[in-house]
Design a protein around this ligand. Sequence first.
Ligand SMILES: Nc1ncnc2c1ncn2[C@@H]1O[C@H](COP(=O)(O)OP(=O)(O)OP(=O)(O)O)[C@@H](O)[C@H]1O
Length: 589
Amino acid sequence: MNALLQLARHTLALAWRSDRRATIALGALVVLEAFAAVGFALSQRWIVDNAGTGAVVALVLAAALGGLAAAVNAAGNRIVNLLQENLAERVDLTLNEEVIGISTGLPTLEHLERPEFHDRVSLLGKSTYELALSGIGLARAGSAAVSVVLSVILLSGIHIALGLLVLLAFPPIWLSMIAQRHREAARRRAAADERRDERLHRLAVEPESAQQIRVMAAAGAIDAWADESRARHLRVRDRGLLAATGWELIGWAIYTLGFAATIALAISMVGTGAATLGSFVLAVTLATRLRGEVRRTVESIKQVARAATAAEHYVWLKDYARRERAVAGSDPVTGPVRRIELRGAGFTYPGGAEPVLRGIDLTLESGQTVALVGLNGAGKTTLVKLLTGMYAPTEGEVLLDGRPLADFDAASWRRRTTGAFQDSFRLKTTVSEAVGVGDLDKAGDAERIRLAIEATGVHAFVDRLPEGTETLLDRSMGGHELSGGQWQRLALARAHMRTDSNLQVLDEPTAALDPQAEHEVHELYAERTADAAGQITLLVSHRFSTVRMADLIVVLDNGAIVERGTHRDLMESGGAYAALYESQASQYR
Ligand SMILES: Nc1ncnc2c1ncn2[C@@H]1O[C@H](COP(=O)(O)OP(=O)(O)OP(=O)(O)O)[C@@H](O)[C@H]1O
């Protein structure tokens, strides 16, 4: 009962937030429907019993009542369906916004590593229709119940056995609830395969992946993997559906037998004179309608049960966000941070068996450029994620001027960080929007955007675009497409927007640039580090010509720091760094 009330509260609030007028209109129509059903049956009895008695007024009133009830029923149904569609679309939008808000409002990105989070978001996304209609489903179940009670009172007046017909409603209702549980459990089991299927199939139509898939002639294989996942999730869902249908059929078989017995009883009562013909018509009309009411109740219950599962995902997501926010720090990062430290820091990804970072002790001082080097998979990007507060270390801590990063409000630390990354995302907006978003406070400042564009060399190709910085970067919308290197430069300009950052991270953002361009970019950031008070630059690169300029070079191997020092120190010590540097330099020679 408590869960039902919670569901009603959540879904009504959602519907209310999405479209007030539609919610009120639907509520009013559902109440009218409850009385229309009984009104129609009563009018039938009065018409039959008064036919041929000369009671014209009674006949006219009975006919008017019948007509009105039938009209409310027919028109009501149609309007309810229309309003429901409309409301469902709006609730869908509201829910999407809320889920995005929950995801982006979380202090770290840890939730994105959790399959359960993705499963619940995707199941919720597929159930917004049910969730939108569940408030109305509950109201309809209530209205059907009122209608059933009124029918039972009238039927019992004819014969108590007819009144008991209502008991027959319980097997289909109860068994349909069991059926629904089977369906939901199957959907839950199928969710991961369903996501994989969708994701793989999407690869074929997204421009970034479609080309590479064709070059490798891998479309068939990827399609086959997607099909395997589809076959698996459909098999699981079909099995659930089969079990559910079986339970529902048993319920309706019991009901149909009872219904046939009732009609037989009503016929025999008219035969023995125990009931008038009008009462017989009333009994048949009510019994028939009762079947409709039971069916309506069963449908509403199904809808509500589906919505209850969706609401459970919704409540889970909200609770998850609340729990995460409750343990997150709230102190704002104010003045420039002079020292960022990692102390005994280790990290294991959620669900991961092995730590990918262990025992990291490292201090970054303001004014320093620190380079991280190491083989693929050594843990460089993960270290960056800890420093930018995307993940909290699972061991040890990150300190800002001696205080744990966990004490600070994550958003305020992010406002003090900036960066460009190896897999920078392609923001397909206008050039100025794609750059301006690097510092939202200055996103409308054309002068600031221009400076960022010029400093990073983006103007060299943007000025040749048909509408300059107002050019739309989206081919699918008739806009312009950039090359891989141009997209990377745009990401660098975005990172350049923020002038009051404390930590700037360059995590291989120049892989697609030519060596000369890369060199210029790193010089630019080194200048920024020297100029701005409190600026710390963290550089991840595989190009040693760039790395050698750093004040401190840190070599990571298999999640641990194995060497640190300046280029000269490390070359003199002749360790891992010197070997890596030599092997790259000899290739150039
Ligand atoms: N989101 C993730 N979930 C689980 N494991 C991950 C995740 N991201 C990275 N890893 C694992 O963590 C280890 C370190 O990865 P990381 O990206 O930090 O390495 P890297 O040194 O930056 O490598 P590269 O030079 O290839 O960019 C790898 O073994 C990788 O498989």
